[in-house]
Structure formats: C-alpha cells, structure tokens
Design a protein around this ligand. Sequence first.
Ligand code: M3P
Ligand code: FE
Length: 314
Amino acid sequence: MGVMRIGHISIKVMDLNAAVKHYENVLGMRTTHIDAQGHVYLKCWDEWDKYSLILTQTDQAGLNHVAYKVEHDADLDLLKSRIEAYGIATTIVPADTLPFVGRTLVFNLPSGHEMHLYAKKEYVGTDVGTENPDPWPDSMRGAGAHWLDHCLLMCEMNPEKGINKVAENTKFMMEALDFYLSEQILVGPDKDMQAATWLFRTTTPHDIAFVAGPRQGLHHLAFFLDNWNDVLKSADVMAKNKVRIDVAPTRHGITRGETIYFFDPSGNRNETFAGLGYLAQPDRPVTTWSEEELGRAIFYHTGELNAAFTDVYT
Ligand code: M3P
Ligand code: FE
C-alpha cells in the first residue's frame, strides 16, 4: 500500500548529447526512449520499468520533478484526498502524459519541488531477466549502477523569517505519504530545528532526503552500487571519462553509506551510493546528529564539511 520507491527523476541539462553520454558511459544506463520533443529516457540494468531518468535539454541545469511509484492505482485516489486534506493542491494528469506511465498525481512539496506519484509504468525487465538470472549482465558498462536509489532536495531555511521547509517537507511526507524518518540533523539554540532529514518507504535508510539551504534546488540524484569495491571502481570509470569528482570515495556517518559525489556535464550532482547501511524498519528509533558533529555526519572519515558541497547545487 502507498508509496513503494523512487520511480524516476526528470532533470534539465544544457548539452543533451554530453548528458546522454555521461549517464550511459559513466553510470552505465541505457537509453530506452526518445520522444517527439527530444526528451531522452534512460534506465539502469537492474531496473525493470521502462525508465528512471528523463533528460530535458534547456539553458540551465536542475530538477523538473521527482516521481515515486505507488503499489496500487487506487492508492492515487486515497493519497490525493490525504494530500488535499493536508492543504496541498493536486491534479491528476491522464495516462501517457509522460510516455509509458499511467495516470499521475502531481503536486508541489511545501518546499516548492514538484512531485509525481504514479502506479503504472511499462515493464521491460532487467538485463538479466527473471528466469535463472545471472548476477550481472554482459551488457554492463561504466559504473554498472543497479538503480536510481534516492534524491536529495535542497529546501529553503531562514530562521530569522521563521522559514524551515526541511521541517515542513518532513512533516508532510510523514503525515500525508506515510514516510518514516530514519535520521535527522538538529540545529539551533534549542537543538530543535531540523536542518536535514532522511526518510524512507523501502527498507533502506532513505528514499528521499531534505537539506536546508538558501534556496530550493536539487542537491543530487544517487545511484545504487553493491559495495565499496564497486564505489572505487566507479571512481576509476569517472577518471577514465574525465568526470569532475566533487567528493572522493568516503563514508557517510548518516545512513552508513559508501559514496562518491560527482557532476554530470551540466553540473547536476550525482552520487554513487553503496551499502544497505542498515535495514530500515518502521519502528526504528530516529537517529539524531548534532550541529557539533555535522561534519562527521556527512563525511565520517575526515569529519569536515566543505562549503562547496552544501553551497553548490542546481
Ligand atoms: C547523502 C546520503 C548532505 C548530505 C548528504 C547525504 C547533502 O547524500 O545519501 O546520505 O549534506
Ligand atoms: Fe545521497
């Protein structure tokens, strides 16, 4: 029932050909569709639905929308009334407004980011299939990302003006969409302001995260890898392809994830993220990180947060 997982992310790029090359050769995705307007749709080898990434050529980088898949079509009606009862306007757009996707519930998070919920997307199967499958396909290339794992959205926070969209988004996701809070960073004199939150519907530590910043935006989209070795290998792939690496391989204190951050050619930040971290259960206690341990929460080894990491985003 309800939201299952992240389904796709639609982002803006400034050089479509360079972007397609990046997501194909570095992440290892495959183009599955190009529509009449020239939008490119891609999937990872271990995903079974038609696509998890939509690229739109325009004059800037950033997010168009992020979409989550719900289990049943009827969930859309239920969630529509819950979101509206919460005070957020929604619309339902008909099937095939986005190619290969069923009717879709569209609304904006309190932060302003556009979110879609849908129940159906054309099934094409993973690259290893479902009959006596191999553990990985011969078609695998680049980092061989398994699937789109999560996204992190930057949300406006301005304590002087009493604005905290991280807290507003978090409350909304929990109360209207039944997300669970796994981890949070609390700041302020009374240590009661959520400056960042990690939320889940799957059994991984997060399917979405919100971090405070001066304006709303997209911090990164993350792709799942199995383990630390695969993260290191993905760094080799990035070097081979002259990809701009933002943060060399390290571990997050939060989620225990093993990570690299890097940029696509338009400056959208990507992450290759490995490790289950821990099995996220609905009844788990919330992990809280304090302002003093912020560095270690984000980059566990050095414990140092560089300003560019939080200030630079699309
Ligand atoms: C992650 C993650 C920031 C923290 C990022 C953490 C932007 O990306 O996957 O846990 O401060
Ligand atoms: Fe991440």
